[in-house]
Ligand binder design. Structure first.
Ligand code: DUC
Ligand code: ZN
Ligand code: ZN
Ligand code: ZN
Length: 488
């Protein structure tokens, strides 16, 4: 196939603007965007009239080839990415899990897993314990390995969970390195207690998962993380915001001027928990993820928060286990591996739910699925834009065509799909990844090893130690809450 591509006559959409224009691509890069580009016949021409030409999606939250809950996710860096490309996502950011407590060893292991990549990817790094070595390894990750974000699990007691003392150390270290702190916000001690209560009551099925870790525990941890980030004076990114409780804490903090980013995931935006009560275990267990999918009402509230800018970008938490793996928890919901699919479905479901319904504009669709992620993780405009010089990660979406989701036709390796049977308007008809047409006419053309590791540089809005600005910030923390000040 030609390394030169011309996309003709479509509506080119960026987060800042849409216009009818052609897009010319050569050697993996967007060369020019303007109307009526003339080319020779060595160029592969795609007619996009009546369609939207947009930056490929960037999924900020995935778990491919992750060892978790005594098993391993069934989508690896090839199958998960192939699924992503078929659904219009051209980059994802995965979470490196430390190996035997070592961040460096974890990073090396993930680099190996990612060798078979067929699209571009980046990494966040989970921090699950604290000592001088971890602190130094965080620095190595930022300065030498292209990682600018660290995730702290406030849940998963006994494995990944960290306590407040570690969270404070982590926030401080993120701040001094210019990295973004991320949290999985659920109160892990209370979840542990909730699980014990369910088992004592004899509730061992998938519904026990939801009942054991209600929204109030997500709200508590979100509020706590936000306040600790405020105390340290560093920005915070809250992953998978699943409840009104968590969303309202983010809204409140943002309103008061705090730099908090909220990431809803597709499952939280478009599903409710009703299926967790399905008497068929295979059906119910596929909806088990953490934080849990919430009762109806939370989904609509999260959509509203996304459309009004309270929440900024959408991920998936794609973390897939097949029905055999899910069945590890047939007698005890605590053993059901946590996770749902979404990397292939995110773009379609968001288009149908948010754009078709009129809740967000087409430019906002690009913002929440791609551009905002690129900006937050410091890779814009190489990613997240259709501009001269940007990477040629491009999709063509036909608003008049429709999609249908089924485990029979999806590209993930898992045998179930939490969106089984969903149909909607808007279909990604073409995906271009790194200047190659990888999805066209419902056919995938991907090859392992073609994806690149995208290094993400640290931010410079931060400063280390206690300097003058920090000192004045710390004293300002007292002012608005000083209710007991003497009036004399
Ligand atoms: N939640 C999940 O459902 N899976 C992976 C990790 C997480 O936090
Ligand atoms: Zn999580
Ligand atoms: Zn996750
Ligand atoms: Zn619809």
């Amino acid at each position: 196939l030609s390394s030169k591509i011309l996309i003709k006559g479509g509506t080119v959409v960026n987060a800042h603007q849409q216009e009818v224009a052609d897009v010319f691509v050569e050697d993996g890069i967007i060369v020019v965007v303007k109307p009526n580009i003339k080319v020779g016949d060595d160029v592969y021409v795609i007619d996009a009239s009546g369609k939207f030409v947009m930056p490929g999606g960037i999924d900020p939250h995935t778990h491919l080839a992750m060892e978790f809950m005594s098993t391993e996710t069934i989508d690896d860096f090839f199958s998960g990415q192939a699924a992503a490309l078929a659904g219009g996502t051209t980059m994802h950011i995965d979470f490196v899990i430390p190996l035997n407590g070592s961040l460096v060893a974890g990073f090396e292991a993930y680099k190996k897993k990612a060798k078979k990549s067929c699209m571009d990817y980046g990494f966040h790094m989970a921090v699950t314990k604290w000592d001088e070595v971890v602190s130094r390894e965080m620095e190595i990750m930022v300065k030498e390995n292209g990682i600018n974000s660290f995730k702290f699990f406030m849940a998963y007691k006994g494995s990944l969970m960290i306590n407040d003392d570690l969270l404070l150390e982590g926030l401080k270290q993120c701040k001094s390195l210019g990295a973004l702190a991320m949290v999985h916000a659920e109160n892990g001690d209370a979840v542990f207690e909730g699980q014990k209560r369910m088992i004592e009551l004899g509730i061992t099925g998938p519904e026990g998962h939801a009942l054991s870790r209600p929204p109030v525990l997500e709200g508590e941890a979100t509020a706590r993380a936000i306040r600790l980030a405020s105390f340290i004076n560093t920005p915070l990114y809250v992953v998978h915001v699943m409840s009104i409780d968590a969303m309202e804490e983010i809204a409140r903090a943002r309103k008061s001027g705090q730099r908090v980013i909220g990431e809803p995931v597709v499952s939280g935006l478009v599903l409710d928990d009703s299926k967790l009560w399905d008497p068929d275990f295979t059906t119910a267990s596929k909806y088990v993820m953490s934080p849990p999918i919430r009762p109806s009402g939370h989904d609509k509230a999260l959509q509203a928060a996304l459309s009004t800018g309270v929440l900024q970008l959408v991920g998936t938490d794609h973390c897939v286990f097949n029905s055999t793996q899910k069945a590890f928890g047939i007698d005890d919901f605590r053993k059901i591996p946590n996770g749902v699919n979404g990397i292939e479905e995110r773009m379609h479901l968001l288009w149908d739910t948010m754009v078709e319904s009129g809740q967000i504009s087409v430019t906002d669709f690009v913002r929440v699925t791609s551009t905002e992620c690129a900006r937050i993780f410091n890779i814009y405009p190489r990613k997240g834009a259709i501009l001269a010089g940007s990477d040629a990660d491009i999709i063509i979406l036909n608003p008049n065509s429709s999609f249908e989701i089924s485990a029979r036709s999806h590209h993930s390796r898992t045998d179930t799909n939490v969106y089984e049977g969903r149909r909607g308007k808007g279909k990604v008809e073409v995906t271009i990844s790194g200047g190659r047409v990888v999805w066209e006419n419902d056919e995938l053309k991907v090859s392992p090893g073609s994806g690149k590791y995208i290094e993400m540089r640290p931010f410079s809005y931060l400063f280390s130690g206690i300097d003058k600005a920090d000192a004045s910030y710390i004293s300002s923390l007292n002012a608005p809450v000083n209710r007991f000040k003497s009036s004399t």
